[in-house]
Design a protein around this ligand. Structure first.
Ligand code: GDP
Ligand code: MG
Length: 595
């Protein structure tokens, strides 16, 4: 049997998932009747948001020059938060299809993903997609592929994932150009776990690739890193539904396995599976662990109790082990969880899944990054919550994570983007030409300055034509201070932020203004203060309420009145009472709007 293992990589929205669907149809694995758009994006949220979160692996058959080929392809997410998923997928392949939108051309994640594929030693087929669109410029894009990416323009395949044009040619090229799987069947088993997901009925489903040796149903396998053993109860392929097979899996085979594993904690992505009876001497090189980049707290609110929240988080974690959670407590908000995420999109998704699947209502605090604190004693600690910052007199340095960012943008926006990077304490590193009207800007920036709204700003300044990729680099010391917020004289630990000294006054004033908008008037006046090291740097007042809640509405505008009451009712569900003041969810996120 001929096998080809490959993945599809691209900048977001360039058509990976649609092309994957087309290839399923092209090979008969799916027809127009069973076709469902973006078949591989199976999670509800993925469909709704139109993004790919988890990489999926699918096996299809294709006949090329009279011979049968099994093509195993892995669809990957394009968003920067999920880069580590791409690296996993690459390790299980010999080839990569690099999709480029014929109307957009090369963008930030095109370059970032290409580097990864080249690093992983993969053969690459460049594909210029969406050639059906009137504004498509296939030849220009092929030229760009050659000039910017260093791949040959002649190697480009032109497709429309929408109409199916060029897809057969692409399938042929995959058989022709991608190498057959490396690996030796007679060696002791070494299989790479590249993904795992939790299924309510069968437990953990492991996505893996056999690199060397053979695996059969009934084998007693051993996870080399974790050391635990399991019996394989089912082996199979995704076609695209899970389809069990009785055949042994040999070097090169990609598929799934079920082995009565109850939680994702028992499975380590990147681990090597071997046979308990004839173990391999060495594990395969694993992956870099995905590290959480942003942290926030979740607290129960409304009818939700702490225990409900704990159950919901624990359950979701069985399903997505890439976020972290630890119990925490806040003076203001009580008991909750400090959670770590791969990025802001990941945070939003987890929050939404908790509320949707876990049926809890929660209050979330503003996200922050990890800070490295060098103490005067010589000790170095890491904190993920500004409230945990030790007494400043004991601190030698506060260091923050930096990123290396690559921004691809139209030449005419360069001045404005450089100004933006400047405001965000960026350090210019260089710039390169991409084409006549596009350039690549290299910057080093503090992660804390880009996680909230940098991307939105980039998009609006460049009218949507700017893209960015970044990689977290090292920690860097700067003039960072903790700013505390006092509401009605009481410090609210969940509102503390770490800010740059030079921006503290501006951020403080902006934050209080925002809080003033978000917190409703009470029967008494509420002073708001921003404080650094005991010194008040900004203040505001929320005036006492005069008569009733509808007093704010002028005239007899009934709908406006009703709207306000509804808003208040809704807000109350996500409200926390601190002392005698009710603080709504929005207030905890206020800091995000003050960058
Ligand atoms: P991904 O983020 O790379 O997975 O991109 P998707 O496959 O989700 O596609 C993004 C958008 O582009 C969707 O609205 C698709 O319908 C559309 N699209 C993808 N391929 C084509 C194509 O060949 N032609 C046209 N006209 N639209 C396409
Ligand atoms: Mg997709």
């Amino acid at each position: 049997m001929n096998i080809r293992n490959f993945c599809i990589i691209a900048h977001i929205d360039h058509g990976k998932s649609t092309l994957a669907d087309r290839m399923l149809m092209g090979t008969g694995a799916m027809d127009d009747r069973t076709r469902q758009d973006q078949a591989l994006d199976s999670m509800d949220l993925e469909r709704e948001r139109g993004i790919t979160i988890k990489a999926s692996a699918v096996s299809v058959d294709h006949v090329y020059k009279g011979e049968n080929y099994e093509l195993n392809f892995i669809d990957t997410p394009g968003h920067v938060d999920f880069h580590y998923e791409v690296s996993r997928a690459l390790a299980a392949c010999e080839g990569a299809i690099l999709v480029i939108d014929a109307t957009q051309g090369v963008e930030a994640q095109t370059v970032a993903n290409l580097y990864k594929a080249v690093d992983a030693d993969l053969e690459i087929i460049p594909v210029v997609n969406k050639i059906d669109l009137p504004s498509a410029q296939p030849e220009e894009r092929a030229l760009q592929v050659e000039q910017v990416l260093g791949l040959s323009a002649e190697d480009c395949i032109f497709t429309s994932a929408k109409s199916g044009e060029g897809v057969k040619e692409l399938l042929d090229a995959i058989c022709e150009r991608f190498p057959e799987p490396r690996g030796v069947v007679g060696e002791p088993l070494q299989a790479l776990i590249f993904d795992a997901k939790y299924d309510d009925y069968r437990g953990v489903i492991i996505y893996f690739r056999v690199v060397n040796g053979t695996m059969r149903k009934g084998d007693r396998i051993r996870m080399m890193k974790i050391g635990r053993t399991f019996y394989v109860t089912e082996l199979g392929k995704f076609r695209p539904e899970m389809t069990p097979t009785q055949e042994p899996f040999e070097a090169g085979d990609v598929g799934y396995m079920v082995a009565a594993i109850k939680t994702l904690e028992d499975v380590h992505i990147g681990d090597t599976i071997t046979l308990d009876t004839r173990p391999a001497e060495k594990a395969l090189p694993g992956y870099q662990e995905p590290a959480p980049m942003v942290y926030c707290d979740f607290y129960a609110t409304g009818d939700t109790q702490f225990d409900d929240l704990r159950d919901a988080i624990t359950k979701l974690h069985v399903n997505d082990a890439s976020f972290t959670f630890d119990p925490t407590s806040s003076e203001a908000l009580g008991s909750g969880f400090r959670c770590g995420f791969l990025g802001m999109l990941h945070m939003d998704i987890i929050q939404e899944r908790l509320e949707r699947e876990g049926d809890v209502s929660l209050v979330q605090t503003a996200p922050t990054v990890t800070y490295e604190i060098a103490m005067r004693s010589g000790e170095v600690i890491h904190i993920t919550n500004p409230a945990d910052l030790p007494d400043p007199s004991l601190i030698n340095q506060i260091r923050e994570p930096m990123v290396k960012a690559e921004i691809i943008l139209p030449t005419k926006s360069i001045g404005d983007i450089m100004k933006l990077c400047d405001q965000r304490r960026g350090v210019y590193k260089g710039q390169k030409f991409l084409s006549d009207d596009r350039q690549i800007l290299d910057y080093e920036l503090p992660l804390a300055e880009i996680i909230y709204d940098f991307f939105d700003k980039l998009k609006s300044i460049t009218s949507g034509y700017g893209t960015m990729d970044y990689q977290v680099d090292e920690f860097n010391a700067d003039q960072l201070v903790k700013m505390d917020i006092l509401v009605n004289g009481a410090q609210v630990d969940a509102l503390s932020v770490i800010v740059h000294r030079s921006k503290a006054e501006i951020r403080g004033r902006a934050l209080l203004k925002k809080l003033k908008e978000e917190i409703d008037r009470h029967m008494f006046e509420i002073p708001l203060q921003a404080v650094i090291g005991g010194k008040v740097i900004a203040r505001e007042n929320i005036k006492a309420m005069r008569k009733n809640v509808t007093a704010k509405c002028y005239g007899g505008d009934v709908t406006r009145k009703r709207k306000l009451l509804e808003k208040q009712k809704k807000g109350k569900e996500r409200m926390k009472r601190i002392g005698t003041v009710d603080i709504p969810q929005e207030a905890f996120m206020a800091v995000l709007d003050t960058g």
